[in-house]
Design a protein around this ligand. Sequence first.
Ligand SMILES: Cc1cc2nc3c(=O)[nH]c(=O)nc-3n(C[C@H](O)[C@H](O)[C@H](O)COP(=O)(O)OP(=O)(O)OC[C@H]3O[C@@H](n4cnc5c(N)ncnc54)[C@H](O)[C@@H]3O)c2cc1C
Length: 455
Amino acid sequence: MNKPKHITVIGAGLVGSLQSIFLAQKGYQVTVFEQLPDIRKESIPAGRSINLALANRGINALKAAGVMDVIKPLLIPMKGRMLHQESGQLQFQSYGQRPEEVIYSVSRAGLVSLLRDRAEATGLVKFYFKHELMAIDFDNKIIDIRNVTTEETQNHDFEYLIGADGGGSQVRESMKALKETSFTSELLNHSYKELTIPPSESGEHQMRREALHIWPRGEYMLIALPNPDGSFTATLFMPNEGEISFYAIKTPVQLNLFFDKHFTDVKPLIADLETDYFNNPTGYLGTIRCDDWYHKEVVLIGDAAHAIVPFHGQGMNAGFEDCLALNEILTESKESWEQALPVFVKSRMVNVNAIADMALENYVEMRSTVRDPKFHLKKQIAFELERRQPNHFIPRYSMVMFHSIPYTDAQNRGKIQTKILEQLSEHVTSLNEVDLVRGERLVLQKLPRIDNQPY
Ligand SMILES: Cc1cc2nc3c(=O)[nH]c(=O)nc-3n(C[C@H](O)[C@H](O)[C@H](O)COP(=O)(O)OP(=O)(O)OC[C@H]3O[C@@H](n4cnc5c(N)ncnc54)[C@H](O)[C@@H]3O)c2cc1C
């Protein structure tokens, strides 16, 4: 078995950049081709979502790569959801029940810039920006790379190649063309649009800073995450077509009426509502599932392998968990890529399919179920059961966001837990009416002990 010396990565997004650090730490020479300019040198739009929620799985990977200390100053903790009712009433819902159970808002551009800096600092990673992958010859291990500036295309050899080129992956398309993998792409019939809530005149956040704000409206919703400069990035998620939809809101008058009626409290805070709405792109959302993620010496990772909808805030987190998994599996297989790739794909694929499903379910929870008083009661019961039986019952949201329990286990345990919560919340309206002794009995009967080291 020959350990390769050199790895080629396509895509210097969040996942490609972190993966390069892991590879350099193992002593590989790494070349990364990225089609876009370098955001550290040229001001370019951050693309999808200006900020993101970073949670435990992502943090674990960043810690393992030794970069968490430099990233910490970028983070704003979000302790829970601040629900904005149509009446203007506010309700705060904690995400977890321990001080460390928070998620963090982080700037996409800030995070990717630091990861690239750290990759370059190893002395083993070389980024080529404005270089686009055009085609792959799997048999001869050659790629065609187009220099976006000169428009010339050149051939490059590779030993092993990692496709970290996101949801529209050319690497995945090349594998598909060989019929080595097929994939399904389920487009959601809802899209999104980003809007900015600027800081106040004194530079402060105009709403509570340490929260993820949600305006749940049934079929659609607005959310907002804080930025360090005092602004919030708000995202409107709405159906593409129908009575209330991106298709239906076409004029400033329609837009203003819509926000006056449904987002009364926040409308005055979105200083450039019309400009943002009509100038910012409408982003599509979807789920990509592949049959396979590798062929010969080429493997997919991150969104290229498994793009998911953003409603659990897990796309990047899952991609970072991929990087950590590949790193560990390579170590276990003594850097035999031939052995490691099938193990990596087998272990990750089933798990990312589970988070893809849970992310879709979470959209309904965020835009609709959170409005139901029963939902709050079930949350309270769930926290109480976790307090009483922490090794048997962990709320599903917490399993996904604050633990590293495999996604499939979180999904399976979550189904059992949902049934228990349904049973316990039937015919009652407050926590002190709930039969918690029965609850504990059900938990111990139905949920095997879980020995998990979460943090
Ligand atoms: C609205 C929204 C909100 C989100 N919020 C969250 C969140 O809160 N938490 C979370 O964990 N995730 C979130 N996500 C998901 C997250 O953005 C993605 O999972 C993450 O960006 C995936 O990283 P990646 O590096 O795999 O792909 P990308 O970030 O897409 O990076 C791929 C890179 O490859 C480059 N590339 C593409 N094709 C080529 C080519 N042919 N040649 C060379 N380079 C190429 C691209 O330019 C890009 O830089 C959100 C997504 C959306 C849309």
